[in-house]
Ligand binder design. Structure first.
Ligand code: NAD
Length: 480
């Protein structure tokens, strides 16, 4: 049993209250460690450390700041196997996915923002009457970064890296469901020479430490990724303090599959978009709209692939589908499958929990599930389920496809599969989502704006958007 600690002022320390919560391994259903159940006392220590560290960090030459961030990236790469194993145990994701996507991307986040901080420019606006304006973008001070369990280190670093690059000190909280790689990041930062107090990592629940970070008057901005309900709670909690707030929230992403698509590559990518990470990526497609003339063929091919995707121990190198992250989450998805059946949905494949043998006997495994015959206003087509449970609906024409896709409170990402260039542009313009992928999914360029519309969030991350979020803007006007 491993006991994790907070990372405050450059060193690991136990929670002041000496209280801990269990850390479960989803593939075994067993407790395998303890994490601090931190509270306001730990936050005060972190705030003090961050206040001490801030003046030197914000004044550090950009080149030196960038050097340290590059060294952190290098440290992540050097520890790839260790971090990937920790992520697979903590989250239940296939170890091959952690090795090829999650951990390399965490390193890329630090590398990208190391370069971004030295290239981030501000604007100047010359006036005709002998005056010029220039814009200063200065560090905000102490900022809070709160992340979810689905892509633990990937999303944790996606916030921390730009916050540090912009010259802030950070109080960061990973999900209590997947704390291990965030814990290991502390040591990597120490070894990279990050000055003490610049990054402080606090573990624990949303209630005991997450909301306390959000409420603290010395935390001037909050970057949050997680569920829409939590985002709404944070927004109302901090509204009266006028904090800067970035919210990356839930999604219910449509995939629009037209008869003129490249059938085989569309099938492979839509399948990946549906079930990658057990369907637990905010960008996963969960509503598939398929043109009538190709519906039966596409459905049959998708069902065949889904039946061949067998959940396995995530620690096996050849595992393609691991465990659902927690028992609560597994039960939530199973409940949604029951709801779908009651609403008249037809289960095309899957729908059942899977019991593995050996060390995974008590793990949380679920078959990939495809469902049809549900109305678009059925709960399963409207609420985020965040698991390997996908619905299929046919459509007759472009207008109907667009109406169905936009009929959602969410607006994170959409994919469009067509070889008709005019249609592709039309849908890109008309879809109510922050991200549209045409003939691809999860093809990421870290310079692009990332985020959602409607109940999927507020603000954008990525590239200059993140650098702008983590800085305070000041206009200076000079008359000469
Ligand atoms: P969650 O909202 O339950 O928790 C997210 C984080 O917030 C955790 O660290 C949690 O401890 C903390 N938290 C909980 N209550 C809090 C409060 N009142 N104040 C402050 N912090 C609090 O979400 P989750 O279940 O961990 O993650 C799944 C959700 O995240 C899904 O809805 C998914 O769509 C969303 N998500 C969105 C994106 C995106 O980029 N839009 C990316 C990944 C995940």
């Amino acid at each position: 049993m491993e006991t994790l600690a907070n990372f405050i002022n450059g060193k690991y320390c136990p929670p002041v209250n000496q209280r801990y919560i269990d850390n479960m391994e989803p593939a075994t259903g067993l407790v395998y460690g303890q994490i601090p159940n931190s509270d306001a006392d730990d936050l005060e220590l972190a705030i003090t450390a961050a206040e001490m560290a801030l003046p030197a960090w914000r004044e550090l030459a950009l080149e030196q700041r960038a050097d340290i961030l590059v060294k952190i990236a290098q440290g992540i790469e050097d520890n790839l196997d260790k971090l990937a194993l920790a992520e697979a145990i903590d989250n239940g994701k296939p170890i091959s996915l952690a090795k090829s996507i999650d951990i390399p991307r965490a390193a890329s986040n630090f590398k990208f923002f190391a370069h971004a901080c030295s290239q981030f420019a501000s604007e100047a606006h010359a006036m005709t009457n002998s005056a010029i304006n220039y814009t200063l973008r200065q560090p905000i001070g102490i900022v809070g970064c709160i992340s979810p369990w689905n892509l633990p280190l990937y999303l944790f670093t996606w916030k921390i890296a730009p916050a540090l690059a912009a010259g802030n000190c950070v109080i960061a909280k990973p999900s209590e469901v997947t704390p291990k790689t965030a814990y290991l990041l502390g040591e990597i930062c120490q070894q990279a020479g990050l000055p003490k107090g610049v990054l402080n990592i606090l573990h624990g629940t949303g209630k005991n430490i997450g909301s306390v970070i959000c409420a603290h008057p010395k935390v001037k901005a909050i970057s949050f990724t997680g569920g829409t309900k939590t985002g709404a709670a944070i927004a109302s909690q901090v509204a009266s303090q006028f904090k800067k707030l970035s919210l990356e929230l839930g999604g219910k992403n449509p995939a629009l599959i037209f008869a003129d698509c490249d059938f085989d590559s569309t099938l492979n990518e839509v399948f990946r978009a549906s079930f990658a990470n057990q369907g637990q990526i905010c960008l996963c497609s969960s509503r598939l709209y398929i043109e009538h003339s190709v519906y039966d063929k596409f459905k049959a091919a998708l069902v065949e692939k889904a039946k061949a995707l067998i959940p396995q121990d995530p620690l096996l190198e050849n595992s393609k589908m691991g465990a659902i992250v927690s028992l609560d989450h597994l039960n939530k998805i199973k409940h949604s499958i029951e709801q779908a059946k009651q609403a008249g949905g037809t289960i095309l494949c899957g729908g059942e929990q899977v019991q593995l043998t050996g060390r995974c006997t008590q793990g949380y495994f679920l078959q990939p599930t495809l469902i049809e015959n549900l109305a678009n206003d059925a709960l399963c087509n409207q609420e985020e389920i965040f698991g390997p449970m996908i619905t299929l609906q046919p459509f007759d024409n472009d207008k109907q496809a667009l109406t169905l896709a936009n009929d959602s409170q969410y607006g994170l990402a959409a994919t469009v599969w067509t070889n008709n260039l005019t249609r592709a542009h039309h849908f890109a313009e008309q879809l109510h989502t922050g991200i549209v992928w045409i003939n691809c999914w999860l093809l990421r360029d870290l310079r692009t704006p990332f985020g959602g519309m409607k109940h999927s969030g507020l603000g954008r991350e990525g590239g200059n958007e993140a650098m702008r979020f983590f800085t305070e803007t000041k206009n200076v006007c000079i008359k000469y």
